[in-house]
Design a protein around this ligand. Structure first.
Ligand code: FRU
Length: 497
């Protein structure tokens, strides 16, 4: 197998060539989803940042477009966001052809090298041709440097509750909120986050938006916040907060403060490979979904993973929901429903008794490098439930549930090539239970080099990448002590063109 064949995912976005990190500026317009991303086209390691661009009409298959925004004398183009300015509040377009307005961080490497202040500031650009080409605003930067070293990743949203443009950015150990009427002039509203939540590293890539509580017409505000390092299993990861926003200030919900006391922090994904994720803008009201995509890597080893031509992939786009169970809020994630359109074959088993190690799938039945598996585990006892993917080169990746010590896990310590990094597979990754249960539904997406596991309707998620010597061939399950049953097992083979 060539590296290209072996490691390029079947259904996760990767750039044709070169380096990719954070998703940027995602929006929907005129039937297309636009994904931009931190991109260095000339090398497979991080470097002078551009915004790459890809489009899709269903969030699953992507067409790469020419590079959208290039670095210039003001600096590299770091992460940011884009909105469709439907009312032409910026005046960059017209009502007939509303401008798409992007805000990004200018990162000035010359100033950085000279140890000067003002390395990071925020600039805007607009597009009148659906994101293909962009014009930078002549009065950039629009948000200048306030004497804070890390000052980046502006995420804009139309705040339909208070009728204002909102922008949130990361400023070291906190987020800062701004508002605007025209996307050009921005006023500082407030900040949030000092001494709240996880602070193991610098705060990056925030996102801030209202969400309806699932099944009600009440809403809360959600703040997503990426941090590097300091993730639950080392390196970079994304936490979230739930609260209220009065148009100026974000305040944690009382129950969420209690949650933070108990759990210290809550994470969108406890696996090691979902970072810098934010949500899509301009999803229509009739659609109403909150769609999210993250970068499927970790700064601990992102520059070293064993791909040559390209480096970096995105998580499958996910639908976020704000779930209230009892008095707890959880932000859940599920793969977008569009994946369903790619199912080419389905195997179903209503009840499966597991008494010893059992092979659920082998390669004569299903190609395990493009599969969506769902099942329910009932009447769980105190035990360890281990699901394994393996091939005949002795590569395995395990995931599952330890109800004795109350955590979910992924174990990639024997998953294939580990030689590129000391930390990639040093230990098992764990996600602590944040509630008790005796029944749980599980959904697993498996691609050539990634696994995304959604427990309990996506209230706990673990995403990790791996690099096997050959494709995974069998999927099996085993238990430590007690027999148990798997119910409603659905194995969906996926097929892409
Ligand atoms: C997050 C990040 C952002 C920054 C970008 C640079 O992964 O460090 O804070 O804007 O990557 O590529």
């Amino acid at each position: 197998y060539s590296e290209e064949e072996l490691y390029r995912p079947n259904f996760h976005f990767t750039p044709k060539k070169g380096w990719m990190n954070d998703p940027n500026g995602m929006f929907f317009y005129n039937g297309y989803y636009h994904l931009f991303y931190q991109h260095y086209p000339d090398s497979n390691v991080w470097g002078p940042m551009h915004w790459g661009h890809a489009i899709s009409n269903d969030l699953i298959t992507w067409t790469e477009k020419p590079i959208a925004i290039y670095p210039d004398e003001k600096g590299y183009i770091f992460s940011g966001s884009a909105v469709v300015d439907l009312k032409n509040t910026s005046g960059f377009g017209s009502l007939q052809n509303p401008p798409i307005v992007a805000m990004f961080t200018y990162h000035n490497p010359v100033k950085e090298k000279a140890g000067e202040a003002g390395v990071q500031s925020q600039g805007i650009a607009y597009s009148l041709d659906e994101g293909l080409t962009w014009t930078k605003y002549e009065k950039n930067p629009v948000v200048k440097f306030p004497n804070i070293k890390d000052f980046r990743d502006p995420k804009m949203t139309w705040d339909n509750v208070h009728k204002q443009w909102l922008m949130v950015l990361a400023a070291g150990d906190k987020t800062m909120f701004y508002s605007s009427k025209n996307l050009k002039d921005w006023q500082l509203l407030s900040d949030f986050g000092k001494n709240i939540g996880a602070h193991g590293g610098v705060w990056e890539c925030p996102d801030f938006f209202p969400m309806l509580i699932d099944g009600s017409d009440e809403y809360k505000w959600v703040l997503l916040l990426s941090i590097n390092p300091g993730g639950p299993n080392g390196g970079s990861a994304t936490q979230y907060f739930v609260g209220d926003f009065d148009g100026t200030t974000f305040t944690l919900d009382e129950s969420f403060s209690q949650d933070l006391k108990q759990h210290k922090s809550l994470w969108i994904d406890y696996g090691r490979d979902n970072y810098a994720g934010v949500t899509w803008s301009n999803i229509s009201e009739t659609d109403g979904r909150k769609l999210f995509t993250g970068w499927m890597s970790n700064w601990q080893y992102a520059n070293k993973v064993p791909t040559e031509k390209w480096r970096g992939s995105m998580t499958l786009p996910r639908e976020l929901k704000l779930i209230k169970s009892g008095s707890h809020f959880r932000v859940s994630s599920q793969p977008v429903k569009e994946l369903q359109n790619y199912v080419s074959k389905t195997i179903k088993k209503e009840v499966l008794k597991i008494e010893k190690k059992t092979v659920l799938i082998d390669k004569s039945l299903i190609d395990l490098s493009r599969v969506d598996i769902q099942f329910t585990l009932k009447s769980l006892k105190k035990d360890v439930y281990t699901f394994s993917l393996s091939n005949n080169a002795n590569n395995t990746i395990h995931f599952g549930i330890n109800t004795k010590e109350k955590y979910f896990f992924i174990d990639r310590r024997k998953s294939g090539d580990l030689s590129f990094s000391d930390v990639f597979a040093k230990q098992i990754s764990k996600a602590p239970f944040t509630e008790d249960f005796d029944k749980i539904d599980v959904r697993v997406l498996i691609d050539k080099t990634s696994i995304e596991v959604f427990y309990n309707n996506g209230q706990t998620v673990m995403t990790e990448i791996f690099f096997p010597e050959k494709p995974m061939e069998t999927f099996s399950v085993t238990k430590e002590n007690f027999n148990f049953t798997i119910e409603n097992l659905i194995i969906n083979q996926l097929k892409f063109n």
